[in-house]
Design a protein around this ligand. Structure first.
Ligand SMILES: [Zn+2]
Length: 236
């Protein structure tokens, strides 16, 4: 056991000074971002939350990759085994995120109940003839609304946006989000988002461009609510 532990220390620390330095920085980022997310996660804005999650995942991935190439052939078997298992876990995460993206998205967000939003979603899903997605109203001071898909589809909307909109505007925004779920662009976006998420954002795929295309299409399909939607957009 002592030799296993000393191998872990040796393998991380004394490859060569540059790798050791890089590893300590990565361990630092992993530790700080994990601590911040666990302790203060609920107080951060969505954007900060995103940033911390990607900092955590990217550092973890880089750390494992560095170890994969830096571990000497003579390294202790337990260390190599642990490391390989971790890499497999990361690959597993790619698949997991594709299937459970809405669940992952909810981590660190504080859910609040809102009967009005729930009611609109139920009614509009019926009107649009789509399966009712789950709706997640989360406490945040920034106005935002978006859709996420996994095994189950989900619409996310922040309390700040709900509070700023009147009933017509709220209905227009929620219908807009439901149309995202219904549209063809959404599956394409989900696929590319997963590829990007799979590589922890390291591959620069411009998912946002698909969004712009989808926005125009959705606007065309709900001309009656255009004014309410434009007013809502101004409040974003
Ligand atoms: Zn949109």
């Amino acid at each position: 056991m002592t030799s296993e532990l000393s191998c872990i220390a040796t393998c991380i620390a004394s490859q060569n000074p540059v790798i050791a330095f890089l590893n300590y920085i990565l361990i630092g980022i992993i530790g700080i971002s994990a601590f911040a997310l666990i302790v203060f996660g609920r107080h951060f804005s969505l954007k900060t939350n995103f940033l911390l999650k990607s900092a955590f995942l990217t550092s973890l991935f880089l750390f494992l990759i560095v170890l994969l190439f830096a571990t000497p052939a003579s390294a202790n078997s337990l260390f190599v085994y642990t490391h390989t298992s971790l890499l497999l876990l990361i690959v597993g995460y790619f698949a997991f995120s594709y299937l459970f993206a809405p669940f992952i998205m909810r981590i660190g967000l504080k859910r609040t109940a809102n009967a009005e939003v729930e009611g609109i979603i139920t009614e509009e899903s019926k009107n649009l003839n789509i399966k009712k997605p789950s709706i997640f109203v989360f406490a945040d001071s920034q106005a935002s609304a978006f859709t996420v898909s996994g095994i189950k589809k989900a619409v996310f909307i922040s309390t700040a946006l709900v509070e700023r909109l009147n009933k017509d505007e709220l209905k227009a925004v929620l219908t807009h989000e439901l149309l995202h779920l219904k549209g063809n662009f959404f599956n394409l976006k989900r696929f590319f988002s997963s590829v990007r998420a799979g590589f922890f954002g390291l591959i620069p795929i411009q998912v946002e461009e698909l969004d712009i295309l989808a926005e125009d299409k959705i606007d065309e399909s709900m001309p009656g609510e255009k004014q309410a939607l434009d007013r809502a957009r101004e409040k974003l």
